[in-house]
Each structure stands twice: as structure tokens, then as C-alpha cells.
Design a protein around this ligand. Structure first.
Ligand code: GUN
Ligand code: ZN
Length: 497
């Protein structure tokens, strides 16, 4: 059991956890956002992050400090907590990103780890090699060997109470990511960042990002805190959290502000294009877009950065509340609709319903069927698995979307997207789902799948379904032995729903 991380609540693979950071003497509630602080810019001061935004953790670059004439000695003498006037946890990165950008850095793995320890970092990072997406297999393997060796070397550096990141690389090869994760989990390092995913996120390759995260998670125990390196856009927090990521770092709030860009949970707007602010954070409540355009450049950058942080922290709280109340999938369905690439990411997540199902609570507040994708949620899969284990009493059983029929020994309700509803479970989650009157074909296809599972588990029982105009694609999925009765001319199926 990893001592530094405790899970409090789960929804799908998403979780609320507590990361204990001994050196800072604090616990950080996850999912947590770590704003990136560049010591030379400080677009928003760390002290303000703490007082105005409730930041419990931030991340800064140990290598930039190491090289800085202005800050190196001060960081060593005062320590980062005083230098930044921040009492939460301070994570430092190692220069790996600079390595991937410029091809070389002038420090060794042991030196930068000792430097991070000496400036009082609470979580330090060895120099991993961020292999970009689509790298050749051989390069990805070679660089991963180096990363693994750096993690092993970090184990024998005396870092005191400082926790250590164990970055997981492997480019876009799921098997390499899984092996990297299993290796990292086998070290005594503490926090597990999934690395080199920034190009995937910048390229809107969310499905591949989910694939990479899933592969990495597969090599880690459930008790491993996972950081998605470079994930700073609030639009993707719900998706990344639902995939089981616990920590995000945001440079986006500052980088985007410098370009006059305004973050929202569904994308990025340019200040120049806005006539109204769709937000009521203190910045947006006090200014119109026109006013913000007319202030000095420095002021504008700070105010935009502050809005970007407000929207990011608000989204993080929204995600946490959704996990707590069991509505993370509903939130995800809404967020996914903000960009086609997010739909791809969400669908990729649903592709592995079994992995989501493992940590998904058995009961939540309500299941909202909102789209064809809802039919692929883990709750539907779980219900189908249960049907596959149920034995039915009668010889002739009607599964009916309407009323009873005296020809049958027993009648069960038939409810898309779940399928047969065992009478004893009809008032329990998720069979109490709220759904539109008319579903699209995916909902009925899933229900037919459920009928098939029940029929397979009860080969001696004759089943019939009574339905309101199910589409042929659903009827075609029923076992041949299942009789079908049409309830009436009006259909509950809607092509477009
Ligand atoms: N920042 C963004 N991506 C990475 C990564 O892969 N490794 C490290 N160390 N820092 C990062
Ligand atoms: Zn705002």
C-alpha cells in the first residue's frame, strides 16, 4: 500500500483522494490543479494562488531555478516555501521538458535531484526522457530504458522526506506505457506522472491520450497517485479525471493569458472576439471585455490569467462534486459535446467499460440517459453481467415494455438501454434511469444485448419481448429463440435521438 495516497470516493475510474506530502506537512485533496510558476514571470503570485484561489499545491521548474542567476542562491538559502511565500506543497520538475525542447541540459540526474532536495521541494522529479508521440519503436524503447534507469538511480539518492515523481514514458505504444508503469510502480517512488502527452493534447488527440493513460493505469496499482503532465485546459479535466488522473498542472492559465486567450470549460475564446463574458468570476463580474481590452498589457495579462485560474478551479470543484455524487459520466457527456475530439476521448474511455466498472460504485443518485454513448456506460455493462448470472423461475417469460400477457408465467419490465429488469431490482440504481421517451438505436441494441445475456443464462426458459417498434438493428441482435410482439404502431425509437 502506498502510504502517501488514500482514496475517499470513486465514480467510474475517477476518484477523490488525499495525497499526504510529509515535507510540507500538508495533505492535498485530489483531483488537484497545480498551477505552474515560472519564477521569472509570476503572472499570478503564489501567495495569491493560495489566498484567492485556495491552491494547495503548485509546480515549478527546478532546472530553471538551478540555472537562474537571480534565484538559484535565494532558493538554496531561503527555500522554495519562503521564496514563493506559499505554505502548500511545492512540486519541482527536473528539466526533462527543456531536454526534449533543446536536446540537452547541463545537469545530471543526481545533481538535479539533490538540488530539488536542497531548495526544499516537497515532490521532486528525476530526469526522464519525454519521448514524443509517434516516435519510432526503437527510439521509444531505448529512451524508456534510460528513463527506467533514472528512476532506479533516484531510489538511491538521499532525498530525505521529499517525495519523488516516477514519470511514465513510452510514446504512443500502449505496451511500453504499461511496462513503464509496472516498472515505476515497482520502485519506491511515490507519484506517477504520465509524460510527453502535451503534443497529444495540443493536437486534440484525446482518444490517444486516453489510450495512453489507460495503458499506464493498467501497470499501476489503484493506490498510485497519477499526474497527467501538462494537462492545464479545464475543458479536459472531467475526461482526464474520469480516466483516473489525480493531478493536473496548468501553465495554460498564464500562457493563454499572454496571447489574450480566455479559457472556458468548452474551449478557448479570444478576448478580441468577446462582447460578453460568459462567466461571473470576480474578473468577469468587474469588467466588460471592452474594458479588459483597454487596460495596459500587463494588467490585461494578469486579469486574464486570474479569470483562467477561476474557471480552472471552478471546473475542478465541479468534477469533485460530480465524483462525490456519482454524476461524473453525466458531466462528461456534457463536456464531451463541446468538441468533436472530446467525443472521441469519451468514446475511447467507454471502450474499456470493464476497467471503469471495477471502481464504479454500485449505487449512485440517478442515471441520466443522454446520448447513444450513455448505452455504453459501465452501469449498463454491469447490469448485463448480472443478467448473465440470473436464473429465471418460469418456463415462459415475457420481457415487456408495455403490460402483462396471460400467455406467460411471468412478466419482467423491458427497459432500454439495460434490457430485462428483474422485478426485485426495478427500483434500484441504475434501472431507475431517467431517459428520453425515444432513444436512438444504440439504446435498443444495448437492451437486446441484455435480453441475449439473460436468455443464454436460462436456456430452458422461453422468452418473448413486447416492444414499441424497436429498430431492426436491435431486433436483429436478439437470439433467434426469442419471440417478438409489437405493442403498437407508435414507436419509441427515434433515428436521431
Ligand atoms: N512536462 C510535460 N511533460 C513532461 C514529461 O514528460 N516529463 C517531465 N519531467 N516534465 C514534463
Ligand atoms: Zn471569469
Amino acid at each position: 500500500m502506498r502510504e502517501c495516497f488514500e482514496i475517499r470516493d470513486t465514480d467510474g475510474a475517477g476518484r477523490i483522494g488525499e495525497l499526504s506530502v510529509p515535507r510540507a506537512g500538508v495533505t492535498v485533496e485530489t483531483p488537484a490543479l497545480m498551477p505552474v510558476i515560472n519564477p521569472h514571470l509570476r503572472t499570478v503570485d503564489p501567495a495569491a494562488l493560495e489566498s484567492d484561489f485556495g491552491a494547495e499545491i503548485l509546480i515549478t521548474n527546478g532546472y530553471i531555478l538551478y540555472q537562474s542567476e537571480e534565484f538559484r542562491e535565494r532558493a538554496l538559502n531561503e527555500g522554495l516555501a519562503d521564496l514563493y511565500d506559499f505554505s502548500g506543497a511545492i512540486v519541482t520538475d527536473s528539466g526533462s521538458f527543456q531536454l526534449s525542447e533543446y536536446g540537452e541540459i547541463s545537469v545530471t540526474n543526481a545533481e538535479i535531484l539533490e538540488f530539488q532536495r536542497d531548495v526544499g521541494a516537497d515532490v521532486g522529479t528525476p530526469i526522464d526522457i519525454p519521448t514524443p508521440p509517434d516516435a519510432g519503436r526503437e527510439r521509444a524503447e531505448d529512451e524508456l530504458e534510460t528513463t527506467k534507469a533514472r528512476l532506479e538511480a533516484a531510489e538511491s539518492v538521499d532525498v530525505g522526506e521529499m517525495l519523488l515523481n516516477a514519470p511514465i514514458q513510452g510514446s504512443t505504444y500502449p505496451d511500453l506505457r504499461a511496462s513503464a508503469a509496472a516498472h515505476a510502480y515497482g520502485t519506491d517512488l511515490d507519484v506517477f506522472p504520465v509524460g510527453a502527452v502535451v503534443p497529444l493534447m495540443n493536437g486534440y488527440r484525446y482518444a490517444e491520450m486516453i489510450e495512453v493513460v489507460r495503458a499506464a493505469k493498467g501497470g499501476l496499482g489503484a493506490d498510485a497517485p497519477v499526474h497527467l503532465f501538462g494537462a492545464g485546459h479545464p475543458m479536459m479535466f472531467a475526461l482526464a479525471a474520469a480516466a483516473g488522473c489525480d493531478l493536473f498542472d496548468s501553465a495554460a492559465y498564464a500562457l493563454y493569458a499572454r496571447d489574450g486567450r480566455y479559457l472556458t470549460v468548452s474551449g478557448t475564446d479570444h478576448l478580441d472576439d468577446l462582447e460578453y463574458f460568459p462567466c461571473s468570476c470576480p474578473v468577469c463580474a468587474d469588467h466588460t471585455p471592452a474594458e479588459l481590452r483597454s487596460v495596459s498589457e500587463t494588467q490585461r495579462e494578469t486579469l486574464l490569467a486570474r479569470h483562467n485560474l477561476h474557471v480552472s478551479y471552478r471546473e475542478l470543484r465541479t468534477v469533485k462534486q460530480a465524483i462525490r455524487e456519482g454524476s461524473l459520466f453525466e458531466l462528461l457527456e456534457r463536456r464531451a459535446r463541446s468538441h468533436p475530439a472530446m467525443v472521441d476521448g469519451y468514446r475511447e474511455l467507454l471502450d474499456d467499460a470493464a476497467a471503469l466498472e471495477r471502481s464504479d460504485p454500485v449505487s449512485k443518485s440517478a442515471f441520466f440517459h443522454l446520448s447513444a454513448d450513455s448505452a455504453r456506460r459501465p452501469e449498463v455493462e454491469r447490469h448485463h453481467d448480472r443478467l448473465g448470472r440470473l436464473s429465471v423461475d418460469g418456463d415462459r417469460v415475457l420481457l415487456s415494455a408495455g403490460g402483462d400477457n396471460s400467455r406467460f408465467d411471468e412478466t419482467w419490465r423491458l427497459r432500454a438501454p439495460f434490457g430485462p429488469v428483474p422485478p426485485a431490482l426495478s427500483d434500484t440504481y441504475p434501472l431507475t434511469a431517467e431517459r428520453p421517451e425515444r432513444l436512438g438505436r444504440a439504446g435498443y441494441e444495448a437492451a437486446a444485448e441484455g435480453v441475449g445475456r439473460l436468455a443464454a443464462a436460462n436456456p430452458d426458459t422461453e422468452f418473448a419481448i413486447a416492444h414499441w417498434g424497436w429498430p431492426d438493428s436491435a431486433l436483429g441482435r436478439l437470439p433467434e429463440s426469442v419471440e417478438t410482439l409489437l405493442l403498437g404502431p407508435e414507436s419509441e425509437y427515434s433515428e436521431g435521438a
